[in-house]
Ligand binder design. Sequence first.
Ligand code: 5GP
Ligand code: MG
Length: 177
Amino acid sequence: MSDIILDSKSFQSAVNKISREISDNNKNIREVVIIGIQNKGVFLAKRILAEIAKLVEIDKSRIPFGTLDITLYRDDLDDLSSKMPVIKDTVIPFDTGRKNIILIDDVLYTGRTVRAALDVLMDFGRPKSIQLAVLIDRGFRELPIEAKYIGIRYQSEKLIKVECKETDGADRVVFIK
Ligand code: 5GP
Ligand code: MG
């Protein structure tokens, strides 16, 4: 049994809302770079980037895009909590110094993945800011990390399934009972 948290329409509304807030908060688009966290964060980041480009009427290729691959090293898939984030790969082929980095992931939970991402980003130089955007804030933080842009808040101790067009054929977020 599964409950639908976001259907394709509300998924798109959440993406649009995040994109609008990011462009409202970052009037100088030339200072904006977007970085997605593998796996689903990258697909989301690409969507948000395209949406922002539309909103500010520039070609999407003009917004620098990078990816971070941070995997939670875990032996128990049901319990992500207290697992160690391991940095596998970083693709940031541009200068992030004095830029506003928009860091994007699908789900925010304990905050450990984002903390690991911040470590990597700080090694790249001194950005003007790092702003976190997530589709779902699942609650249960173990670190003082919060997102600036949130699609929806859905407090859940259980895993949420995030599906997107590119990998699953449709956009959907479901709660697995
Ligand atoms: P955290 O490090 O904040 O505990 O967990 C966030 C990372 O784990 C994100 O990269 C996210 O993709 C993944 N994650 C955490 N909880 C969930 C969940 O309920 N569903 C999905 N699909 N991913 C999750
Ligand atoms: Mg992830």
